[in-house]
Ligand binder design. Structure first.
Ligand code: ARG
Ligand code: ZN
Length: 853
């Protein structure tokens, strides 16, 4: 009988010992790495047992208290814990010394200490340290660390400042108390691209981006991004770096994007390495944003960490919010906002609407690694955006200053965070706190009434039940509204209406003529806003709204309505209005190209499906795909000359540069290409694929060719040019199943899975292929169930090697129960097949269990 592994927020108890200091010594070897530890404890409760985390993978060689070896009878090892009875402990402070042996070469889960291409590296968040040695592996146990590394690898790194380095031995000392999840160690043959940064108080910090020999020429952008991040955090948040050195290491095998280990960030190489020939504009923007994100964690995550893993969004939501602000400042704020909203709607709204829905601060989990989700990260950031909107920029600044001041050195909670805002601004946030504790996306309707110069806006809010939460009390919803006069002038600037009731009205009076309402400006709250708006008014807002988000949203509303209607086999007048209005908008030469590109791109198939499901309909993936194809063709036929002009005008002049301006032009050019292809038979895409001087256009053209079934030569060429470049080959593996005509997608994915280069144990490669297919909506949801079976087989295989990756990729199924009965039956069978596997990981068992419940 398996014990229920559920952990509950309410069961939190402080650790009964203080950990005053930690000394670690590693003698590295692929098999038989020896880890010696000295942990100095002081009891906080009389007689408490000492419980340490550490599973069967640890071969215990020696265990001693204050130098005296302890007998096997004095401790127990059960499952993932080692417990020493309180009676066997000294009365006061003591040092527990252990020696264990581990095998990094066998670590295929990439949690704890493992090898990536001959480089020793670690990943300890959330609970990897327990695979290195016995330890109270929980974020509220913080300590200073001294780490010795013995190895013949040329570069030996750990957290903090270097204390001693000679060939074969390095000692690192980290003066800042930290939990074990921030521990890191790297040993390998690495080369640094280096710089220095002088902090606001005049301290010089050495900066290094460590890569494999030969990759140095692709690391410069990461280093520049780091310097910009350090400057920005000083200027905007007053936060200074606090060690003499900041190291970033790129490794090829990494489960997530990157990790903020104190002073030693470890990155997935795809978020470090970039050159114009190998990386796209999107890659560059992502690298800049993630370098910033991990750097910003030094304050929001490391100096102030989380009391327990339920509080994950305390550091992640805030750090995402900060990296979003950073990108807005460096690039285009409206474009960044629209991109973030799009990502939220495609990933988080779908999560919130299905069996995996959970609040930004969950109150239970079986496997914490399953909660590094769009809800914790992206919705967590939206919640902070709302807080800032409610208390204003000055209130936000005061609250953050107080947060850093009050909680520096703490392992804090969401309650601490909200209290800081209450104390700094005098606001009562008890109702607001529901955004942290309640799951689901509120659906808000807005209606208007107009009488005698007064406009009344009436809102209702409701949130559907989510797993474990049937009743949803009303939330505080900041709704930013502006009023626009019939001639297009703004008659009332943006005002934030604070909705707190289930139903509520707000009146604007003293108005001459009836204005048009621009609502939810800047996407002021993560809600679904439904308003009964006629086609002309939407077109008017697309032409005149002064708020760029709302302007884009008006066009999206037209397209989404047209596409949803077409996908349900209905006629809709929105299509004509959309085609018409979009023609005028893309012809506006002085409007930002990136913004025009966003307006020109039709909503994705996944987003259309989510919208239909939210409206109580059953999405048909094939009909959605066909509807989108038809609207694209109509756009292309109507605006062929205009699009051709844009395609030519948006050519990259001279040298490629990954800045926002150039990226925006290429984005508009590729959006035009995607449409023109439907009328030029693929001629432009063929030419661009051969001539492009940068990876952005080369990949953009290649994706078009794949969708046309004309990509054989281009794919062979890309492989010939970059067969030895893992990151480019990942793109090669993704684009084929993702951009393929849906009917071919599963067959293509199957063929690729037999390719010699499909090294599936590499997380990036696995994600490239399996994620590529999952992103092809009508392909993955093929009516015959072949997409479900193919993905399920690979998830089962991966689960035996790397449960985190398998569980994460299983979210391809999270929407399974919104489709027709036939698809549901096939998806359920695939999920049940996974559930039936003996020895299934806790990660996967939880995911499949939640999806099937
Ligand atoms: N803290 C990292 C970040 O967001 C994520 C690491 C999560 N890793 C994991 N295995 N859950 O920057
Ligand atoms: Zn993070």
């Amino acid at each position: 009988m398996q014990e229920d592994p559920t952990v509950f927020l309410n069961d939190y108890r402080p650790y009964p010992f203080a950990l005053d200091r930690v000394r670690l010594s590693f003698t590295l070897a692929p098999r038989g790495t020896v880890v010696r530890s000295d942990l100095s404890f002081t009891p906080r409760e009389q007689g408490a047992d000492l419980a340490l985390d550490g599973g069967e993978g640890l071969r215990l060689k020696r265990l001693a208290i204050d130098g005296r070896e302890i007998a096997t009878g004095d401790y127990t090892r059960e499952g993932e814990a080692l417990v020493i009875a309180g009676a066997a402990l000294p009365d006061g402070a003591f040092t527990l010394s252990a020696e264990v042996e581990i095998d990094p070469a066998d670590n295929t889960a990439f949690e704890g200490l493992y090898l990536s291409g001959g480089i020793f590296c670690t990943q300890c968040e959330a609970q990897g340290f327990r695979h290195i040695t016995f330890y109270p592996d929980r974020p509220d146990v913080m300590s200073v660390f001294e780490v010795e590394i013995l190895s013949d690898k040329p570069v030996l790194l750990s957290n903090g400042n270097p204390a001693e380095t000679v060939a074969g031995r390095a000692v690192w000392s980290d003066p800042w108390p930290k939990p074990a999840y921030l521990f890191a160690l790297v040993a390998g043959d690495l080369r640094a691209v280096s710089g220095t940064f002088t902090t606001m108080s005049g301290r010089a910090v050495d900066l290094n981006v460590w890569v494999r020999p030969g990759d140095e020429d692709r690391a410069g952008f990461a280093l520049t991004s780091l310097v910009k991040s350090m400057e920005w955090d000083e200027r905007v948040y007053g936060r200074e770096y606090d060690l003499d050195v900041f190291n970033i290491v790129a490794v090829d095998d990494f489960n997530m994007g990157a990790m903020e280990n104190k002073g030693l960030n470890i990155f997935n190489s795809k978020l470090v390495l970039a050159s114009p020939e190998t990386a796209t504009d999107a890659d560059y923007e992502r690298i800049e944003g993630v370098i910033a994100h991990e750097y910003f964690h030094n304050w929001t995550g490391n100096r102030i960490t989380c009391r327990d893993w339920f509080q994950l969004c305390l550091k992640e939501g805030l750090t995402v919010f900060r990296d979003q602000q950073f990108t807005s400042d460096l690039r285009s704020a409206p474009v960044k906002r629209i991109e973030d909203v799009q990502a939220l709607r495609t990933r988080q709204f779908r999560e919130d609407a299905g069996p995996l829905a959970h609040p930004p601060r969950p109150d239970r989990y079986q496997e914490i690694n399953n909660f590094y989700t769009a809800t914790v990260y992206e919705k967590g950031a939206e919640v902070i955006g709302m807080l800032k909107r409610l208390v204003g920029d000055d209130g936000y600044r005061d609250a953050l200053d107080l947060y850093f001041d009050r909680h520096d050195g703490d392992a804090a909670t969401i309650e601490d965070w909200l209290k800081v805002f209450e104390d700094a601004t005098g606001r009562d946030l008890s109702q607001f706190s529901r955004w942290y504790t309640d799951a689901g996306t509120p659906q808000v309707t807005m209606t208007e009434t107009w009488t005698d110069g007064a406009l009344t806006l009436s809102f209702t809010q409701k949130t559907d039940p989510t797993p474990g939460q049937l009743v949803k009390p009303p939330r505080v919803i900041p709704i930013a509204v502006g009023l626009i006069g019939p001639n297009g002038d703004e008659v009332r600037p943006t005002e934030v209406l604070e909705m707190t009731e289930a139903e509520q009205s707000f009146t604007f009076d003293g108005l001459g003529a009836r204005p048009v309402v621009s609502a939810l400006r800047g996407f002021s709250a993560p809600i679904i806003l439904e308003r009964d708006l006629d086609t002309e008014t939407r077109a008017f807002l697309l032409a005149h709204d002064t708020d760029p988000f709302a302007r884009w949203e008006a066009g999206r509303g037209l397209a989404l309505r047209a596409l949803s209607a077409a996908a349900m086999g209905e006629e809709d007048e929105n299509a004509d209005a959309f085609i018409d209005a979009i023609g005028r908008l893309i012809a506006e030469d002085d409007t930002d190209a990136a913004f025009r590109a966003l307006c020109l791109r039709l909503p994705g198939e996944e987003e259309i499906a989510t919208r239909l499901a939210a409206a109580g309909q059953i999405p048909d993936p094939d009909a959605i795909h066909a509807a989108r194809e038809r609207l694209s063709l109509r756009l292309a036929v109507t605006h062929e000359a205009l699009l051709a002009g844009i395609f030519d005008a948006m050519e990259t002049p001279g040298d490629y540069s990954p800045d926002a301006d150039g990226a925006g032009r290429r984005s508009l050019r590729l959006a035009a290409l995607g449409l023109l292809t439907r009328v030029d038979g693929g001629l432009r895409a063929q030419a661009l694929e051969r001539e492009a001087g940068n990876m952005t256009e080369r990949m953009g053209a290649l994706a078009v060719l794949v969708s046309l079934g004309q990509a054989d030569e281009a794919l062979a060429r890309l492989r010939a040019d970059f067969g030895d470049n893992r990151l480019v080959m990942d793109k090669w593996f993704t684009v084929q199943p993702m951009a393929a005509p849906p009917a071919d997608a599963v067959r293509i994915a199957r063929t690729l899975s037999e390719d010699a280069a499909f090294d599936w144990t590499n997380p990036n490669r696995f994600r490239a292929l399996i994620g590529g297919l999952s992103a092809n909506h009508a392909g993955f949801h093929a009516a015959d169930g072949s997409g479900y079976d193919f993905v399920a087989d690979w998830l089962i295989r991966m689960d035996g090697k790397n449960p985190q990756i398998a569980a994460r990729m299983s979210t391809a199924f999270e929407t399974w129960n919104r489709y027709d009965a036939d698809r549901q039956q096939k998806a359920r069978a695939a999920l049940e097949q996974i559930a039936a596997v003996t020895g299934l990981s806790r990660n996967m068992a939880e995911m499949v269990g939640r999806m099937l419940s």
